[in-house]
Design a protein around this ligand. Structure first.
Ligand code: R5P
Length: 291
């Protein structure tokens, strides 16, 4: 039975007198002053040893319906989950397909609205209580800078970041690219920075020439989307260049789940992201794994 001896008796206790408490800098840039919950969730998404993540994106159905490779999420995505560091998906996919026994942190698609059949980016945000209920590790919101719905999407980001800070959940700003936008460093740098300034704790954008400028002018970690399907070697080159120029990981979908061998591809991408394999080495790994 517990007694008061340990409280009242001072001798033999070790107070570490003379040993200063170590202040630990957080391993991801720009987040030192965030709350414990945000840092803890970011540490689940990003591997603290490498500071990077391979996020498997399969939220495309929220605007595209059953796009190629995602017709049957149970068949195409579930086998890939064990290889991903984190998942990015809608609440519909999460509830219907992702096993709740999975320990992978989820970046929940938190904004939704118009589909590819109409004008994109006219979006609202979900209920924060549902994100908490789903144990979301981050909330992903589309932000369309320079587009018709710019103000609405920035407001969505701001509201999400307000909820995120309240509940300790990181917010990911997802930079949209309108048809009239030039996909260059100037645009992605502005869009990423606007996301961070308005409360995003991480940003998803696209690789481009001069990408180091995009990374350096964004005060929080950046991950890159893979974009349209490329030949595997080129997709691995894209990952390598992005990581070499400062990306903290990838949020990749089509170049994984549309690959001729998605299980081999996600492992090759991981090797580039976490082990600094060159594209040549990673492509060799891909070819070995797919045998
Ligand atoms: C687009 O906004 C979707 O949210 C995807 O998650 C994102 O584009 C990453 O997927 P992909 O690598 O296929 O571009």
């Amino acid at each position: 039975m517990a007694d008061a001896d340990g409280i009242l008796e001072n001798k033999d206790k070790d107070y570490g007198i003379g040993i200063p408490v170590k202040n630990q800098a957080f391993f991801l840039k720009g987040l030192d002053n965030c709350d414990w919950g945000i840092k803890n969730r970011m540490s689940r998404i990003f591997n603290p040893k490498t500071g990077r993540t391979v996020m498997l994106a399969f939220d495309h159905g929220y605007i595209m319906g059953p796009t190629s490779g995602l017709e049957r999420l149970d068949l195409s995505i579930v086998p890939l989950i064990e290889y991903a560091d984190s998942l990015m998906c809608t609440r519909g996919a999460l509830r219907s397909v992702v096993p709740p026994t999975s320990d992978k942190p989820v970046c929940l698609r938190y904004s939704a609205g118009s589909s590819v059949l109409t004008e994109l980016n006219n979006e609202c945000i979900l209920d924060i209580q549902d994100a908490v209920r789903l144990n979301a590790s981050a909330l992903a919101v589309m932000v369309s800078i320079g587009d018709t719905f710019e103000a609405k999407t920035v407001e969505n980001l701001v509201r999400t970041a307000d909820y995120g800070y309240k509940y300790g959940i990181p917010t990911m700003g997802v930079t949209a690219v309108g048809k009239q936008m030039v996909r260059d460093a100037r645009y992605f740098s502005a869009a990423s920075r606007i996301c961070a300034e308005n409360g995003a704790t991480l940003v998803k954008t696209y690789y481009c020439d001069g990408f180091a400028k995009v990374v350096n002018s964004c005060p929080v970690p950046i991950v890159i989307a893979g974009g349209k399907k490329l030949p595997e070697k080129e997709a691995l080159e894209l990952c390598y260049k992005a990581i070499s120029e400062g990306a903290s990981g990838v949020d990749m979908g089509r170049n994984v789940f549309q690959s001729e061998n998605p299980v081999a591809m996600i492992q090759a991408v991981k090797a580039v992201v976490h082990d600094n394999l060159t594209p040549e080495q990673a492509f060799e790994m891909f070819n070995d794994l797919k045998k």
